[in-house]
Design a protein around this ligand. Structure first.
Ligand code: ZN
Length: 247
């Protein structure tokens, strides 16, 4: 694949209605991430938001996306089920999916995990968050060092109601004492999925260079090698079975 087509999907509601959040992300969380990814060689980046027609996710957009990022929080219920199904189908075919922060409770992540994936502890007291790298030899953790420290973040605490991940890459520690599985992967069909916890809307997490580096690494990791076309359903045997040639 010569160029990775990336679509950053954002609910884009908090940034329109809250002055404090608008100051941190004047053009929305999606554009803060896009501004960084636009400087990375080999990526073709566009955005889509909830209030656009079809949430910005027309068939043309979905079917030409190699890696989709998903940020949502207050309006998960407004996302159309038929569009969630199309995104899910595209993942089965090979599209990568990166679910960010409160996207853990989105319809698409629930469909991916097969759980509500929304039950966890939370708190907004400005705790320090330290994301400790669990796997130093994984493409997503390269260039990060031993940990990422965020001076103020929303707390998520275990238990996080998800199936056991295929890979656990980060565990977060919070100043108030909680821990959380904050970077993890799944394979679903031909698609690779990465969940990455930090990114509450009222703190400038998506301006942090290490957080952006993880997202860049994840986009490259999740990009499909291609969209394999292989036989399924009834097939004739390759050689005679019980001495008979089956036509
Ligand atoms: Zn949050």
């Amino acid at each position: 694949m010569s160029c990775i087509n990336v679509t950053i999907w954002n609910e884009f509601r908090h940034e329109k209605h809250d002055e404090g959040i608008k100051k941190i992300y004047p053009d929305g969380i999606h554009n803060a991430i896009k501004n960084y990814l636009d400087k990375v060689d080999g990526l073709n980046v566009r955005t889509a938001t909830l209030d656009e027609p079809e949430h910005g996710l027309t068939d043309e957009v979905i079917n030409s996306t190699d890696v989709m990022l998903w940020w949502g929080h207050m309006a998960h219920g407004e996302v159309r089920d038929d569009i969630v199904n199309k995104v899910w189908n595209r993942v089965q075919k090979g599209m990568g999916l990166i679910v960010l922060h409160s996207g853990h409770a989105s319809k698409i992540f629930q469909k991916i995990t097969g759980t509500r994936s929304s039950d966890l502890k939370w708190r907004e007291d400005g705790d320090i968050e330290r994301l400790w790298v669990i796997d130093h030899n994984h493409p997503i953790t390269q260039g990060i060092g031993d940990y990422i420290e965020l001076p103020s973040e929303e707390v998520y605490g275990e238990t996080f109601e998800i199936p056991t991940p295929d890979e656990l890459l980060f565990i977060s520690w919070f100043e108030g004492g909680e821990v959380f599985r904050s970077g993890l992967t799944y394979r679903r069909g031909n698609g690779k999925v990465f969940y990455f916890r930090p990114g509450h809307e009222s703190v400038p997490t998506y301006h942090n260079p290490k957080i952006l580096r993880v997202i860049e690494n994840a986009v490259k990791w999740a990009a499909p090698l291609g969209y394999p076309d292989y036989p399924t359903g009834y097939v004739r045997p390759l050689s005679p079975v019980g001495g008979k040639i089956i036509k």
